[in-house]
Design a protein around this ligand. Sequence first.
Ligand SMILES: [Zn+2]
Length: 66
Amino acid sequence: MPSCREITALVSMGMDKQLGFKQRLAVRLHLMICSNCRKFRRQTQFMRQAGQGYLAHLQAQSRKKD
Ligand SMILES: [Zn+2]
């Protein structure tokens, strides 16, 4: 079984690129049994969405100036 450290690394990696089948499976299985990593994934997704929202906001603002 992969450790929490490995799973969190895979989770953040999976935000940027598609993981392999085995990696996705390992993450999914681990998240079923580990609430800490579930929490980590939720927070990472939230931070990412917040970051993207901010970026979109900045882009919209710079477009207004043109
Ligand atoms: Zn874990």
